[in-house]
Design a protein around this ligand. Structure first.
Ligand SMILES: C[S@@+](CC[C@H](N)C(=O)[O-])C[C@H]1O[C@@H](n2cnc3c(N)ncnc32)[C@H](O)[C@@H]1O
Length: 349
């Protein structure tokens, strides 16, 4: 029996949620028992017994299962997935899931190689807030967006999203994606035009393809209906307006991009969200230095929605609410998935 620091993979499956109050809780508890009993879970996860805890094979397995359903296969299991219209009691899902796992075990074994990743389009709200400060401070309304750690680049579709806050609204009326509950009473977002947008990621996703769309969808909990609605709308936008995401680490990519000057009168905005906690400290230092060095060559702003960082520990406090910063100055905070925003020091001036 494989073990990880004295804890079996079955134990890790059992502990991940530790309850059966939702579908994945019920499934991981049942998978844990099945692993202990040497069932299909044990055969699919063979070789992962000593995988590092943060590799989360249990989430890779659940996402692989979800992707089968997203193709329209195994409708008997989709009947337990609320985002797919399912309404069956999740406590009855295991026998159905076990049969699907047995039928698709080769595919599920391969799915374990896919790194868990989400791209939360609601975080575009923090970009809108940061852009409003930066545009107002620079007087420039034409913007080149550069996003390290972009995943599928969905937040860079900021100008195609309709935002509804407390007493304000912004963005194209009729957009398929409306972010409501944005908060920030009194905010008057600035007008701007995005003239270029490009991102990078260690593991980029092409959100404009069906495969990329299924990949991003498969890591969102199936009962989080609002997140699925938003993601579906964002993926429609991405299919119409693809954003290029290069495979590269943050700091070298940002430095390379900033070697290319933006057209006259264009504000370059380096933006990132919930990625810095995964960067080694040298990555953060090198990227910040690349932005600061570019300041003498071009109008540039650095907008971030990140967990507070103490300069040394990458994952300083992943539980704390993310902070919105413009050029290193905190302007407010927001929810983990974006809305609502609370501004600290009043409105952009
Ligand atoms: C939690 S996701 C956030 C994605 C997106 N920014 C968002 O807010 O939805 C973190 C992303 O950072 C990427 N990442 C981690 N370390 C990185 C690095 N050193 N350089 C570039 N991307 C990195 C991961 O691959 C992942 O896509």
């Amino acid at each position: 029996m494989g073990a990880f620091e004295g804890v079996t993979l079955g134990d890790r499956l059992r502990a991940h949620f530790g309850h059966d109050r939702h579908l994945y809780g019920a499934l991981t508890l049942a998978m844990a028992n099945d692993w202990d009993a040497g069932g299909v879970t044990r055969s699919i996860l063979a070789g992962w017994e000593d995988a590092p805890g943060q590799s989360l094979p249990q989430l890779r397995l659940l996402a692989g299962l979800f992707r089968i359903l997203l193709r329209g296969e195994a409708p008997e299991l989709a009947a337990f997935y609320p985002c797919l219209g399912g309404a069956r009691d999740h406590r009855d899902a295991w026998p159905v899931a076990r049969a699907v796992m047995a039928a698709y075990s080769d595919e599920l074994r391969a799915a374990l190689r896919e790194t868990p990743q989400t791209n939360e389009v609601g975080r575009a709200l923090a970009l809108l807030v940061g852009l409003s400060y930066a545009v107002r401070a620079s007087g420039l309304r034409r913007v080149r967006l550069l996003e390290p750690g972009a995943s599928g680049g969905l937040t860079m579709l900021v100008d195609r999203i309709r935002f509804e806050g407390s007493g304000w609204a912004w963005g194209p009326v009729g957009s398929p994606l409306v972010l409501s509950g944005c908060g920030a009473p009194g905010l008057v977002p600035e007008a701007f035009e995005v003239v270029a947008r490009r991102g990078c990621d260690l593991n980029p996703v092409d959100a404009s393809t069906p495969e990329g769309a299924a990949y991003l969808t498969s890591f969102v909990w199936p009962w989080h209906l609002d997140r699925h609605d938003r993601l579906r709308a964002a993926l429609r936008l991405a299919a119409e307006h693809p954003v290029r995401i290069d495979a590269a680490p943050a700091s070298t990519w940002v430095r390379e991009q900033l070697e290319q000057p933006a057209p006259e009168g264009v504000l370059t905005v380096v933006w990132h969200s919930v990625t810095r906690i995964y960067w080694p400290p040298v990555e953060t230092e090198a990227m910040t230095a690349a932005v600061d060095e570019a300041r003498s060559r071009m109008p540039i702003a650095h907008v971030a929605m990140e967990h507070p960082w103490d300069g040394s520990t990458p994952d300083a406090d992943a539980g704390a609410l993310p902070v919105i910063e413009v050029d290193g100055v905190r302007v407010g905070h927001c929810g983990h998935h974006g809305p609502p925003v609370v501004l600290d020091g009043g409105l952009p001036r």
